[in-house]
Design a protein around this ligand. Structure first.
Ligand SMILES: C[S@@+](CC[C@H](N)C(=O)[O-])C[C@H]1O[C@@H](n2cnc3c(N)ncnc32)[C@H](O)[C@@H]1O
Length: 183
């Protein structure tokens, strides 16, 4: 089940985006393996905090922003209103079509999803990647059980871990950032 944010939550997120956009979201976007022509998925885009910086980099590619929440997706439409290379999708991972993306990323999304739902979401994300495609996530480190589940599902679905790092994010604390490749 999705949930719809209160207006205050959207306002506070927009404020955090204004204050920490560069150090938190742009820094993550800069590390994604992008050259500019890729088909990219932002899974759980929220108000488009990371998408704002990724869309800028895709001068001949496309970004798909997917979120289960209509209110977050509307906020994302506003954030990205000046970009013509973005597709907005409201719904679940079952909407994703196979072998569509070169890069998919989840930024502070997977830890919010129950283990039973992750059992559906992660295979759908992997199927939506082209061969050689890359899946990147950044999730808070404090929920070690959920991190364990995510790592297990990545492996069980045939992804190879390429790189991993711990980042200390202003206000949000330590997070695990991992890059997986579909072989
Ligand atoms: C904590 S917010 C992060 C938003 C954004 N990625 C960021 O870092 O600012 C989590 C987002 O994931 C979305 N979400 C949660 N479960 C989802 C699911 N099963 N499918 C798609 N989106 C989901 C929520 O609606 C919310 O917008």
């Amino acid at each position: 089940m999705g949930y719809e944010p209160a207006g205050l939550e959207i306002f506070l997120t927009r404020l955090a985006f204004l204050l920490y956009g560069k150090s938190v979201y742009q820094a993550f976007a800069e590390r994604l393996p992008l050259e500019g022509g890729e088909q990219v998925l932002d899974f759980g885009c929220g108000m488009g905090t990371v998408a704002y910086y990724v869309a800028k980099k895709l001068n001949h590619g496309h970004l798909t922003c997917l979120d289960i929440s209509g209110r977050w997706l509307n906020a994302c439409r506003k954030t990205l209103r000046s970009y013509g290379n973005v597709i907005f999708l409201q719904g679940e991972s079952s909407l994703l079509t196979n072998e569509s993306f070169d890069v998919a990323y989840c930024h502070f999304v997977l830890h919010d999803i129950s283990e039973s739902e992750l059992e559906r979401v992660i295979p759908a994300l992997v199927k939506s990647l082209k061969l050689g495609g890359v899946l990147v996530f950044r999730e808070p480190l404090d929920d070690t059980k959920k991190i364990g589940v995510i790592k297990r599902l990545m492996k069980e679905n045939g992804l190879l871990l390429k790189d991993s790092r711990i980042t200390d994010i202003p206000i949000m604390g330590n997070a695990l950032e991992s890059i997986y490749i579909k072989l």
